[in-house]
Structures are given as C-alpha cells and as structure tokens.
Ligand binder design. Structure first.
Ligand SMILES: Cc1cc2nc3c(=O)[nH]c(=O)nc-3n(C[C@H](O)[C@H](O)[C@H](O)COP(=O)(O)OP(=O)(O)OC[C@H]3O[C@@H](n4cnc5c(N)ncnc54)[C@H](O)[C@@H]3O)c2cc1C
Length: 640
C-alpha cells in the first residue's frame, strides 16, 4: 500500500488495500481508534473478552474477528472518502468519549485506569512534562544536577530536567549513549517486550521494523533521542564517576570523575544515579578460568574480532542472552557445546523474530491515533501481565513444582509447549523442563529457534556441572569438552547496586557499608542519610512478568523531578528520606516478594542477592508503582 494524497487524515488507498491492512491489525485497538476518529459507536458485542497478552485479538471468536474486520474496513473506507470526523464539543465530552472507549477495551476498570493510560499513551501531549521552571520557582538560586549514566534511564531524567530548566551534566563511562543497547552487541540481541511499549511514552516511533526489534535499532532510537533533544551536548563521555561525597555544610555533592583528561571533581546540589542493574558482567566462580588458551569473552562484551566459523565453541549459561545468540551462531560454529545449569521456562511467542506485518505497519503510520491505542492495548495487557499466576496461594502445597493452581496450570501449559518443540528428542525434553515454578526465574520468549538450534547435529547440550576450565576447554564430572572459544553467557552482577562507586552521605556513612550486600531504597529511589541522592532502576524496581523497565524509569524521573520542585518551591536545600518511611516500605516489599514464585522458590536466580533477599524485583502491578511515584509526599522526607 502506498501513501498518496491525504483524505480526511488518511492516505489514499484502494478498498482491497484497506481490507488487507485490516487483516494484519490488532483489532480491538483499531476499532477504538476508528470510533474515536469517526464518532461511530462501539458495538457492545465486540467488547474484547480479555486483555491478556497471552490471547490474540482480545479473545475474539472467529465470528467476532470477521465482524470487527468488516466494521473496521467500512470505517476506514468512510474516512478515506472524506466522511468528516465527528469532533466532540467540549473537554468534558472528550473525557466522556475517551472513557467510553477505554471501557470498551478494559471494562469496569476504565475509570481507575484512565489517568494512568492517558499518561502512558500520551493521549494528551506529554502529560508528565514538569509544569514549572527553575527560574520561576527559585530565580538566581544555584541548583544543578549530575546524572551518572547515559542509558535509557539517564536520558529520560535529563529530558525532564531540561524541560524544567534545571542545569545538568551526565557522566558516562562509555563513549556513547544507550547503556544496555550499546554494550550488548551479541548476535540476535533484541528486546523481549514489544517495541511499541518498550519506548518512551512521550517519544513514539511508528516504524519499528519488528515486534521485538534488535539491539542496534534500539541503540539508534536512544541515540536519536539524545541528539534531537540536545541531551548529547550535556554528556561527558569516556568518564566514570568514582565517588560521591555529601557535604553537610553546603548540602552539595562532590562528584569525583575519572575521565580522558584525568581526575576531576564536580559539585552539584543533587545526583541521580542511572547506572543500570544489568551493567556489570558477572563471571561464574569456576576454577581455571584464566587457564583457557583460546579467546573467551562475556556476551555483554562480545568480541566481534573472533571468527566463530568452523570453531569449537563452548557457551556457558542458558539464560536470556544465550537464548538469543545460540540460534544465530549455531550454523556457523563447527561444534557448539552449551553448558546448562538451570533451564528457562519458555513463553511461546510466534512473532518473536517477525517483521511488523505490512498492514499493521501502514495502519500505525496512517490512521491518526492508532499507534497510541495500540500502545494503550499492549500496556493494558502488561499492567498485571502474568503477575496473578506467580502469586503464592497460602492454601496450595507450595513446592518447586508450583505455588498456586494458576501457577500449576501455567506449568502444565508451558510443559505441553516444551513437549511439542522437543518432540522426538526425549533427551532434550528431559533437560528442558525446569524443576522450579514458572516465574521463579526469568521466562524467555520463544518461537522455536532455541529447540531448532539444539536439535542440530553440531550442537550438544551438557547438563553435567562444570568442574573446571582447562587450557583446552571445559571439564565436567564425566567428560572433557575441547573448545577453541569460550563464551560466558552468565548474566550480570545485578544485586551489586551502584558498584564500584564509593558513596558517602551524612555523618560520613558509606552507602555500601550501610547496605552490607543488601541494597534497599524507598521506592527504589531514595536512601536515608543520603540527601538529594536519587537512584533510577534501583533496588526492587525490576519487573519480570509485567511491563517494561522504561515505564519504571519514567515514573522515577517524574518522582525525582517532583522532589526537586518541592525543594526549590519550598526554599529547602535537600531532602533526606525518613528511616521509618524507608523501613516500613521495605517490610512491605519483602513480605510481598516472599509471596511470589521468585521468593518462594529456592532456585538460583539473579533476582536475589547473596543474602537470599529478593533485592531486584517489584512484586506488584505497574499501576501500584505509578500511584506511589505519581507525586512525592515531602512528609516522607526530612527537609534540610
Ligand atoms: C540483553 C538485555 C536485554 C534486555 N531486555 C529488556 C527488555 O526486553 N525489556 C526491559 O524492560 N528491559 C530489558 N533489559 C533491561 C535493560 O537494562 C533496561 O531496559 C534498560 O536498558 C536500563 O537502562 P538504564 O539506563 O537504567 O541502565 P543501562 O542501560 O545499564 O545504562 C547504565 C549506564 O550507566 C553507565 N555507568 C554505569 N556506572 C557508571 C559510572 N560509575 N560512571 C559513569 N557511567 C556509568 C553505563 O556505562 C551505562 O551506559 C535488558 C537488559 C539486557 C542486558
């Protein structure tokens, strides 16, 4: 379909083209967008029965799908032919209209979800933009911020500060922006959350090439964002923050930086750490790692200079990264040996590697508002996501099998999927069925590529524990596996928050000494005794079965900027989180995490720190984090 002359907001297209486009559409949000554009009513019998992301087309029956397609095509034809859209008369009407459409999609929760959804899909232009400017609140008062890290989180913080006119500098140890998406250049690296959701709510992109785009596409997105929003010019690249020290007399932070020109110290009224959770590669504690004679590298430090063609390659680990790159390198390697400690549960995702269907792509670009309603739809399905199926039922015999009836059903369903993809290979199936409840470790998206790689003649899956790395390869209890190259797909030191920076707060307290290996923060953002220090993607802000990290970082940025507004408007120098508020919050988080599959299971997972506490995960819905971070309550803080 070609975009030609524009009629009533829709590019010219033949009826047959419109029909073909609708065949590729996600129907419930398309009906919502078209009803919103044309003012036509939404038929009650086309209300989607569910918003579960596991069920396509909102659970429409075949008959409903045909009916929805016919209605959507008629409305598109009418729009193309210039039927004037019915504009609502007033703002009150607008809201009522919107609410009716939201109710069509999500049912009775519409009223509760409307503000959040309006935020998330930015129906109105960027509702989170600060409604204040530093010069208006505190003219002439020196106030600047240092942001540590120019990944997705640091960039959104910078954007919000820029909107409020607060001067800031970003210190970034790499030579480019993007963090995760810069560093993970391994073959097949891609996002696991639909791109139409894994993107800033206020900076949409309507031409994602794939439903789950590759790392280079994401890197380009963040690069363009930083450049177009003039954030890049505030970044000091190739510079690492070594230490942060709070001066109680001046209520400022001294930021010690190691950069290309040597050491330097910056002073700022506030510091935002945006250093990521998955930023420091973790290597396994296996004896002999340095003995290996050939090239070896971590998946997040992929050595593109090593040609894997025809080589004997050993891959250690079967987590998210291995899962993505093994299918990419399996054909080229001479022999591929994969060492598995714990198998992942696989979530069937047939379109995982697919380009966005051309009809859907066209509709997203051409139908005004469809991209927002499409995102809205994806978002609705991820507010809870699979959270209900990982709740521990106190009346259920909790074991490494399952934690509730719903969790047990999920196990049965996912096991059936494994049986299907490993049919005829009982050896692989036995190794593939996890011995822990679904949700206790990160579940991976799968379209069959993993099983296809494992079935290859040149690929072997080894489940014997590794006893050591030798000069020539990997040794297990029962065999020696010679290798030319070793790739560590062993994840990140996720629970070592803010490492290796030294951070000194009030009374000379060092943050890591305080945490003693058990990082905690209020809302994942503030820590008592460390005034005006704000974390992004901090403790207990990781989500694994619902939503995207971008949603959390946007919430955090709004909260942090809200704190700064309170400081500037109230004439305060700094805000220090109250210990009682912090502690009560953490008691609540811990209690909830114990009631999730990842807290109840004893399986090894990066969600837990060395002390066994779940220090990564947020145990509730997206809605709950959004509500808690919507606006800071300064009573939670001692104001200095
Ligand atoms: C392979 C992979 C796939 C992922 N897929 C998904 C997904 O599908 N969905 C999802 O929601 N999340 C996913 N994540 C999580 C991902 O990390 C977040 O979505 C997001 O990129 C985090 O952004 P960030 O800016 O908080 O951290 P990062 O992207 O890690 O960026 C942190 C930045 O801080 C810099 N930095 C660190 N320490 C210092 C210092 N002392 N001084 C100066 N600079 C410093 C780093 O160099 C880096 O640039 C994935 C992670 C990985 C590793």
């Amino acid at each position: 379909m070609t975009a030609g002359s524009v009629t009533a907001g829709l590019p010219a297209a033949a009826d047959a083209d419109l029909r073909a486009a609708v065949a590729d559409a996600e129907l419930p949000p398309l009906l919502a967008a078209l009803a919103h554009l044309t003012g036509s009513p939404l038929p009650a019998d086309l209300r989607p029965p569910t918003i579960s992301r596991l069920v396509p087309q909102g659970g429409y029956s075949d008959r409903q799908q045909d009916q929805a397609k016919a209605l959507a095509t008629d409305l598109l034809i009418a729009l193309r032919d210039g039927v004037p859209p019915e504009a609502p008369a007033s703002a009150a009407n607008q809201r009522a209209w919107l609410l009716e459409t939201v109710r069509f999609l999500v049912g009775d929760d519409a009223e509760r979800y409307l503000p959040l959804l309006m935020d998330e899909v930015a129906v109105t232009a960027d509702p989170d933009a600060p409604a204040w400017r530093r010069d208006d609140l505190a003219p002439g008062r020196p106030f600047s911020v240092v942001i540590v890290g120019a990944g997705m989180s640091g960039l959104v913080a910078a954007y919000r500060l820029g909107q409020a006119g607060v001067p800031y500098t970003i210190i970034e140890k790499n030579d480019d922006v993007g963090g995760t998406w810069l560093e993970n250049s391994y073959p097949g690296c891609r996002v696991d959350v639909s791109n139409h959701l894994y993107s800033y709510s206020f900076w949409p992109k309507d031409d994602w090439p794939q439903y789950f785009s590759t790392g280079d596409v994401l890197l380009d997105y963040f690069r363009r964002f930083a450049a177009e929003q003039h954030i890049t010019e505030h970044i000091r690249f190739g510079s690492e923050v070594v230490s942060l020290k709070f001066d109680e007399d001046t209520c400022t932070w001294s930021v010690q930086v190691r950069g290309p020109g040597g050491a330097d110290v910056l002073t700022a009224e506030a510091v935002i750490t945006a250093v990521g959770q998955l930023n420091r590669p973790s290597y396994p504690a296996i004896a002999g790692r340095d003995d290996f004679a050939g090239p070896s590298f971590h998946s997040a430090r992929w050595d593109h200079g090593v040609d894997l063609r025809g080589k004997r390659v050993a891959v250690i680990g079967t987590g998210a990264s291995a899962f993505q790159f093994v299918p990419e390198i399996a054909a080229a390697a001479g022999r591929l040996t994969i060492f598995q400690r714990t198998p992942p549960w696989l979530g069937p995702t047939p379109n995982y590697h697919d380009p966005v269907a051309p009809g859907l792509q066209w509709l997203l670009r051409s139908v005004p508002g469809y991209a927002q309603w499409y995102r809205f739809w994806l978002f609705c399905s991820s507010v809870e996501g699979m959270l209900p199926s990982v709740h521990v039922d106190p009346d259920w015999p909790v074991s490494e099998r399952s934690v509730s009836a719903a969790n047990d059903d999920r196990r049965a369903e996912l096991t059936r999927y494994l049986e299907r993809i490993f049919a005829g290979r009982p050896d692989l199936l036995e190794a593939a069925v996890p011995g822990y409840p679904p949700g206790a470790k990160r579940m991976l998206r799968d379209n069959g590529a993993w099983a296809a790689a494992l079935r290859r003649d040149n690929v072997e899956l080894v489940t014997d524990p590794i006893s050591r790395i030798t000069r020539n390869g990997v040794q297990t209890a029962s065999a020696v596996h010679d290798a030319d190259v070793v790739i560590y797909a062993t994840g990140f030191a996720a629970s070592d928050f803010l490492v290796p920076m030294s951070i000194t707060g009030r009374g000379g307290t060092e943050l890591h000494e305080r945490w003693n290996g058990d990082a905690r923060a209020y809302l994942g953002i503030t820590v008592p005794g460390f005034p005006n220090l704000f974390c992004m993607y901090g403790p207990n802000t990781n989500i694994v079965v619902n939503g995207s990290i971008i949603f959390f970082s946007e919430c955090e940025a709004r909260y942090i900027v809200g704190c700064l507004e309170g400081l500037l408007a109230g004439g305060h120098r700094a805000a220090d989180c109250r210990a009682d508020v912090h502690d009560a919050y953490n008691v609540m988080i811990d209690a909830a995490n114990r009631q999730r599959a990842w807290g109840a299971s004893s399986v090894n997972a990066w969600y837990k720190n060395a002390l066994g506490r779940v220090s990564q995960n947020w145990p509730f819905t997206l809605m709950e984090y959004w509500e808690r971070t919507r606006a800071p309550d300064l009573h939670d803080y001692e104001l200095l």
